[in-house]
Design a protein around this ligand. Structure first.
Ligand SMILES: Cc1cc2nc3c(=O)[nH]c(=O)nc-3n(C[C@H](O)[C@H](O)[C@H](O)COP(=O)(O)OP(=O)(O)OC[C@H]3O[C@@H](n4cnc5c(N)ncnc54)[C@H](O)[C@@H]3O)c2cc1C
Length: 325
């Protein structure tokens, strides 16, 4: 019988895996601190939220990372040791871990859920296949995990009771035993951690924690998190080879169509922030690379609601596409 502690989950902890959790213990700053650092001498509340948002997104887009380092988050995590082993590779964090030299180990071991027991992937040498193992094999996996956890814990307890030093006795415990730590890092490095550990290539068990951490980060710096999602998680970079393939293979007409859309979007955005007269609009469109005739422009402008965006960003895409042509 496992002797689980009664208050297993602290308040507001997000439960992860079978016995683990992550919770936010403390934080310093948020979106405001990023903006404040970027503007150095400006105080909180002196600029509009929309401008702050644009600034944060600009910083993220261009890899201006130091303002994100002004935000700090401290987490309390309970994780299996094999997950901690991967997590600890992120060297910029400050960590304080539960000591098995000082305290006794607790009888809490990670046993995988049936649905998470898969075959080795044939394509990703480090990962799991999408196919689940057959039920009989799953039974065996779970039985082995349980048997090994129970047996090692019994041996550990026996050595402990016999007075063997805890620092030695602990070495008999397997890596699916849970440990706990406080993990503190700045937002820039947390984003780096999340980028690597929320990714499909990361091990399933650490992804569970990374996804939970992302929720906590979102609550502290929502604008920065959205920018991270838009430009890093859902963004894409092309290598020289990929770029040359695109420029060779993408039909000119497709690029022209996208450039046309962008020219319309730029006009819509500029018009939204400073409304222009009808005659000025076509001129503005031409200045921003639009090639449609005045009649086509008038028709499209009148017919559809053109989505506005961020002018700087739109001009950046425009430059990239022209480079591809
Ligand atoms: C899917 C996946 C598979 C992996 N497989 C393996 C594996 O098979 N074997 C293995 O050993 N590791 C493996 N790793 C770990 C990986 O190599 C990195 O150690 C880990 O992801 C931490 O990344 P990092 O060094 O960028 O992060 P951090 O240590 O958090 O560092 C953040 C950034 O700070 C800078 N930095 C930190 N310390 C230094 C330093 N001393 N010198 C210079 N710059 C520094 C770097 O720019 C670094 O990117 C794997 C990671 C992932 C996500």
């Amino acid at each position: 019988m496992r002797n689980m502690s009664k208050d297993k989950y602290p308040e507001r902890a997000i439960r992860c895996l079978d016995h683990g959790f992550i919770r936010l213990v403390d934080s310093m700053g948020g979106d405001d601190a990023i903006v404040q650092a970027a503007r150095v001498s400006y105080g909180k509340g002196t600029t509009k939220v929309s401008r702050d948002r644009a600034l944060i997104r600009y910083l993220m887009r261009h890899g201006h990372t130091t303002p994100f380092e002004m935000v700090e988050l401290k987490f309390h995590c309970k994780i299996p040791i094999f997950v901690a082993r991967q997590w600890v590779r992120h060297r910029t964090a400050n960590i304080n871990e539960y000591s098995l030299r000082y305290s006794e180990a607790r009888d809490e071991f990670y046993i995988p859920e049936r649905g998470d027991i898969h075959f080795q992937s044939k394509f990703n040498v480090q990962g799991r296949d999408t196919t689940e193992a057959p039920e009989s094999l799953k039974d065996k996996v779970i039985a082995y995990f349980k048997e090994m956890s129970d047996r090692s814990f019994k041996m550990y307890s026996e050595l402990n009771e016999a007075g063997i030093a805890r620092e030695l006795a602990r070495a008999i415990l397997p890596v699916n035993i849970y440990t706990e730590w406080y993990w503190k890092n700045d937002l820039h490095n947390i984003f780096h951690f999340l980028q690597l550990r929320m990714d499909n290539h990361a091990q399933y068990e650490i992804r569970v924690y990374a996804n939970a951490m992302a929720e906590l980060v979102k609550s502290i710096a929502p604008i920065a998190y959205k920018a991270f999602e838009d430009y890093v998680i859902n963004g894409m970079r092309f290598s020289r080879f990929e770029k040359s393939l695109l420029s060779k293979r993408l039909p000119e007409s497709a690029l022209e169509d996208i450039l046309e859309d962008i020219a319309y979007k730029i006009v819509a955005t500029l018009h939204r922030s400073k409304p222009r007269s009808e005659t000025e609009l076509y001129e503005l469109y031409q200045k921003n690379g639009g090639n449609d005739s005045q009649t086509d422009f008038d028709l499209k402008w009148a017919a559809s609601e053109i989505e506005a965006g961020n002018v700087f960003e739109l001009r950046e895409i425009q430059r990239k596409l022209i480079e591809l042509k």
